[in-house]
Design a protein around this ligand. Structure first.
Ligand code: NAI
Ligand code: MG
Length: 356
């Protein structure tokens, strides 16, 4: 197959790990006989330096013409003095909006060989494997009205939790489709005991559930879900929830297995292209030191192969290579046990490539 991939390295370690993902994809292309062509484009602080804006129009065009987008990370102290609308993070929010990415997927997978990096006891976290699906373009973060007012000498403030039913529908349906290919269970998270929006969310989940008789649907209140995730994480397969609950739960889920440097993500739209990025930021504290863990970015590339290109075997080849390399004892600084020698970013990338 021939595939066009837009690569937006961004800033800081984003640039180091994006390079790694590209070279791992080249290795996959060679082994499986695919032609991947990469077009590099600017985003974030480095784009501000080059062209005065965190999201140049050219970058948007390149993404739209590609089959998928790989993004490193944006931001850093160099740009902290800039006003809000000119900051690197605007590039990230901008591209999500331009591509209409309504669902964010974060898989959380436990690797037994690095069990000591988890904040949970081994017998609790062992075998956990969940996928958090977060609605990304609606809810409290975008609802109008939103703002402050002062009436009769009293200050007040409002934010609005607004959803169209079809916005609930599409993200919940996506969660069911993903669950069909996993262990066949969806946990829909809401606050239906208090919020009307959550009652509609729950009804929608019930309706869609009837279209997927082989998938088990369970509802959970968000406060309980936050607790269950650390008490008994193995019970979850696919979790689906609205924007703000998803923001909080996906961050909670992401620390369960230990290092930020291990966790990939995908953001999906109705017609593509989809965007894939590690969940970590630009890590200015370790920039340029060859110590960043490239695995989150490399696993994001694996998600791209599976979801955007339907290349299941190729995605597995990357995931298996990561597992083998970890089992063999290769560790970057963020996952190395006390007293062992870590390897660098470049060496980790080479090990994974060689295994593929
Ligand atoms: P961060 O994720 O960049 O770093 C948090 C901590 O984790 C740091 O100590 C860092 O060294 C470590 N870390 C992160 N990724 C790692 C990796 N792959 N390997 C080893 N260690 C890793 O978050 P922070 O420090 O809050 O933000 C730094 C900059 O990144 C800020 O400008 C922030 O706005 C931006 N940011 C960008 C994101 C994105 O592009 N999606 C997401 C989060 C933050
Ligand atoms: Mg967050």
């Amino acid at each position: 197959m021939n595939k066009k991939i837009a690569v937006l390295p961004g800033d800081g370690i984003g640039r180091e790990v994006a390079k790694g993902a590209v070279s791992v994809l080249q290795a996959v292309g060679e082994r499986f006989g695919h032609q991947f062509s990469f077009t590099f484009a600017g985003i974030g602080g480095s784009a501000i330096q080059a062209s005065g804006t965190p999201l140049p129009q050219e970058t948007v065009e390149i993404c739209r013409k590609s089959d998928a987008v790989l993004l490193g990370a944006v931001g850093g102290p160099k740009w902290d003095h800039l006003p809000g609308h000119l900051r690197p993070e605007k590039g990230l929010l901008g591209i999500r909006k331009e591509l209409n990415l309504y669902a964010n997927l974060r898989p959380v997978h436990y690797y037994s060989s690095i069990s000591e990096t988890s904040p949970l006891r081994k017998e609790v976290i062992e075998g956990a494997d969940m996928l958090v699906v977060r609605e990304l373009t609606g809810g409290l973060y975008f609802g109008k009205p939103s703002g402050r007012s002062r009436k009769n000498g009293e200050d007040s403030v409002v934010d609005t939790l607004f959803y169209k039913k079809e916005e609930m529908d599409r993200v919940i349906r996506l969660a069911f489709r993903l669950a069909e290919k996993r262990r066949g269970k969806v946990t829909s998270v809401d606050k239906a005991n208090v919020l009307e929006s959550s009652r509609m969310w729950r009804e929608t989940a019930e309706e869609i559930g009837r279209e997927f008789p082989h998938v088990k649907l369970e509802h959970m209140l968000v406060d309980n879900a936050a607790m269950q995730m650390i008490k008994a994480p193995r019970q979850f397969d696919v979790i689906v929830t609205e924007n703000m609950f998803g923001d909080i739960l996906s961050d909670e889920a992401s620390v369960l297995t230990g290092s930020l440097g291990m966790l990939p993500s995908a953001s999906l739209s109705e017609n593509g292209p989809y965007l894939y990025e590690p969940i970590h930021g630009s890590a200015p504290d370790i920039e340029g030191k060859d110590t960043a863990n490239p695995i989150a970015m490399i696993l994001s590339a694996a998600m791209m192969l599976r979801i955007s290109f339907g290349m299941e075997e190729e995605a597995k080849a990357i995931e298996n290579a990561v597992k083998q390399v970890l089992d063999a004892g290769c560790r970057t600084v963020d996952i190395v046990p006390f007293g062992r020698r870590p390897i660098g970013t470049a060496e980790m990338i080479e090990e994974i490539k060689a295994t593929i």
